[in-house]
Design a protein around this ligand. Structure first.
Ligand SMILES: Cc1ncc(COP(=O)(O)O)c(C=O)c1O
Length: 407
């Protein structure tokens, strides 16, 4: 018989459903960037904190004894602010239609675990945010994929590909708009196609809208606001990106009372409730003109960052895709092949990323990791650069890339 202590150490202890996912690319790239002293434009978090008003409100909440369990659905004052700002095209009841979660990540996990049965299918657009597939695996659901393809300056999807994937087993479509990593903001026309499929086939739309307030071109339209969609949508968002407080992990869902009951059935056993003092601070933020003015100023700064980084990458030789929103720019790598002495298509984006960290001292993310099949041709033609950084950090990255590639 195997010695218990030995077998626990020597055998992979991860449940089978989680084995395909490994460590996230963000930890790997951050580790490599540190080892080589690289400027890190990999992981999407701002290198400056959000507005002081949030910190002051959090400190006040701590001192004023808001330190015990919050209600399962969230602190009422915060739920009211979320309900007031929801874009469902109708009034939202904070008591029965809002659930405060541990970031948007838990909002999506609780939605999937609460709504989806083993064997159900859920449609994802790829490239996708990395937690989606693992959530579906934990729920025992099967992921089906629609591929976003670059069409000139932006990524979009083929409506027929979406229609062909959705059938009797499809429980939900997960729609991330504004989209990470492509920066696409789905237009009203694109959303109408998704809405039509949802209505016709009785499918729930799960809308990840974490970048809703960071739109630089066009406007963010919530899929939930389209005709017939309010009752079949779960809108997931969070405070982190909007107020540059990603470490707070304060998120939420907005959905009909029936969908909310399902989400809460999972949420109550995942975390039950979320940090009380931070919810009080979040309520103060959403209700504060000063905090929203700060967000607007940040958006303008990021617009400038996007423009500067995009122009510099184009100048160096990348085929830059116009980021309409969010934290990232996708840069096509085809044109720099010659400069690097590689046949176009003769590299993997992961190899190119590692080479760039070692030779140029700049780190970014290889988007092939956001595809179900990393060998999918769509995955290898781009690199993802974060521009949610201080300008001097971006300038240093640009200087290093110019030194590496010329231009
Ligand atoms: C598309 C998308 N959804 C969800 C999240 C996670 O949000 P949170 O930090 O609020 O859990 C991120 C964070 O990068 C994201 O880019």
């Amino acid at each position: 018989m195997a010695d218990d202590a030995t077998s626990v150490r020597s055998v992979d202890q991860r449940a089978e459903r989680l084995r395909p996912f490994g460590a996230t690319i963000f930890s790997e790239i951050t580790g490599l960037a540190r080892a080589h002293g690289a400027v890190n434009l990999g992981q999407g978090f701002p290198d400056e904190d959000g507005p002081a008003i949030l910190k002051d409100a959090a400190a006040r909440a701590l001192r004023e004894e808001h330190n015990q369990y919050a209600p399962l659905g969230g602190v009422p004052a915060f739920a009211e602010q979320i309900a007031r700002r929801a874009r469902l095209g109708r009034a939202v009841d904070p008591a029965t239609e809002v659930t405060v979660t541990s970031g948007c990540t838990e909002a999506i996990a609780a939605t999937m675990l609460g709504l989806v049965n083993p064997g159900d299918e859920v449609v994802l657009f790829q490239p996708f945010y990395d937690s989606y597939r693992a959530c579906l695996a934990m729920a025992g659901a099967t992921a089906r994929y629609v591929t976003l393809r670059r069409d000139g300056g932006r990524f979009t999807f083929d409506p027929d590909e979406l229609r062909a994937l959705c059938g009797a087993r499809t429980r939900a479509i997960l729609v991330n708009s504004p989209h990470n990593p492509t920066g696409t903001v789905f237009s009203r026309e694109e959303l109408s196609v998704i809405a039509e499929v949802c209505r016709e086939r009785d499918i729930v739309a799960v809308c990840d809208e974490v970048y809703e307030h960071l739109v630089y071109d066009g406007e963010h339209v919530s899929l939930a606001s389209l005709p017939g969609m309010a009752e079949r949508s779960v809108v997931c968002s969070s405070l982190g990106k909007t107020f540059a407080m990603t470490g707070w992990k304060i998120g939420w869902t907005v959905a009909s009372p029936e969908l909310t009951a399902a989400i809460r059935s999972a949420h109550q056993f995942l975390v039950f409730s979320v940090a009380t003092p931070l919810q009080h601070a979040a309520a103060a933020a959403l209700g504060s003109d000063e905090a929203w003015a700060w967000v607007e100023a940040m958006r303008e700064r990021y617009r400038g960052n996007r423009d500067a980084l995009s122009a510099a990458l184009s100048g160096i030789g990348f085929d830059v895709c116009g980021a309409e929103a969010g934290y990232f720019v996708m840069a096509g790598t085809g044109p720099i092949a010659e400069k690097l002495g590689v046949q176009d298509g003769g590299w993997r984006d992961t190899d190119l990323c590692k080479r760039m960290i070692e030779e140029a001292g700049v780190a970014c993310i290889p988007p092939s990791v956001f595809y179900a099949d990393p060998d999918d041709g769509n995955g290898h033609g781009h690199l993802r650069f974060a521009f949610c950084k201080r300008r001097e950090v971006l300038d240093e990255a640009i200087r290093r890339l110019r030194r590496w590639l010329g231009g």
